[in-house]
Ligand binder design. Structure first.
Ligand code: GUN
Length: 293
């Protein structure tokens, strides 16, 4: 049996359309335009592409978007001052500092991200939002794992009662993925580089999430027939080709459903950033967000 291919663009389009409708309602009924500020420090070419995509996506659906380009030489204090200014700017409801930061301020990354007001932290990286997620009070949730969950929900793939295995324990994907799956009543195992007998664990999974950062790490022998396989990896191999963490060609022959790379959950990350920006604007202005869930 060949797996159902879960195309990211199909789900991202649904999420963006819903955001667009919510924004139109906010503009007409509440005179509120959600605003996102993205700060990029330095000239990292991949980051520039990501930031341009975020800006374009905001414009497409009616979010006010500011891109703040700072030179690579920017000091930690200058960046903190900029963040503080945006924390107080009423036009801005979401703030994102594009990572990675230049080498000389990379050691201060945590301090810089923690300076973003938790109310405007659309990346969901602030300890307040991490803590809320951990106690089951989801506020602003990291966009990539949140996109994976939204995709499962939109595809009508049940989570409650399932065995879920997450490979990777990063703060950006693995750990929030664990909390999101647990809150939806999956039995969740998190594996990492020191886990023993990995294939034995991953073969138990009804839902397998790969977030390791190693090309073709998940091979067909690691996957239970019929499992839902979500590939969060984006790895560049020879000839600039992009591949995921999953050996897609082999695994699609046994999985029940699988996300491709490119064209899979990566496309949902920006959609969830837009969603988080709209949600932040609603919470800041005390507009009922029920309709946004
Ligand atoms: N760089 C690559 N992915 C991300 C992300 O999700 N958030 C931020 N802030 N920077 C990134």
């Amino acid at each position: 049996m060949t797996a159902k291919i879960l195309e990211g663009k199909y789900f991202a389009a649904q999420i963006k359309e819903k955001c667009k409708q919510d924004i139109e309602m906010l503009k007409t009924e509440h005179q509120l335009t959600p605003g996102l500020a993205v700060i990029i420090v330095g000239e990292n070419p991949a980051s520039k592409v990501y930031v341009a995509n975020k800006h374009r996506s905001c414009e497409e659906i009616g979010i006010y978007s500011e891109v703040i380009e700072l030179p690579a030489s920017t000091s930690k204090q200058a960046l903190l001052d900029k963040i503080e200014h945006l924390n107080c700017d009423p036009k801005i409801h979401g703030i994102l500092v594009q990572l990675p930061l230049p080498e000389h301020i990379r050691a201060a990354e945590t301090e810089i991200l923690n300076a973003i007001s938790p109310a405007k932290d659309v990346d969901g990286f602030h300890p307040v939002n991490v803590g809320k997620l951990a106690i089951g009070e989801e506020h602003l949730v990291p966009c990539t794992p949140y996109g994976c969950i939204k995709m499962l929900e939109l595809a009508d793939i049940p989570i409650a009662g399932k065995q879920a295995v997450v490979i990777g324990r990063s703060n950006i994907v693995g750990k929030p993925m664990f909390h999101l799956l647990l809150a939806r009543h999956a039995t969740v195992t998190v594996c990492h580089s020191r886990s023993k007998d990995l294939a034995n664990i991953t073969r138990q999974a009804d839902i397998l999430v790969a977030a390791v950062g190693k090309p073709h790490f998940v091979t067909v022998d690691m996957v239970k027939p019929g499992a839902v396989v979500i590939d969060v990896g984006i790895n560049r191999i020879a000839d600039k080709k992009l591949v995921g963490d999953v050996d897609f060609e082999q695994v699609k022959e046994v999985a029940g459903a699988i996300t491709p790379v490119p064209g899979g959950v990566g496309l949902l990350t920006i959609a969830m950033l837009l969603h988080n920006t709209v949600k932040a604007a609603c919470i800041i202005h005390q507009v009922n967000v029920k309709a946004l869930e």
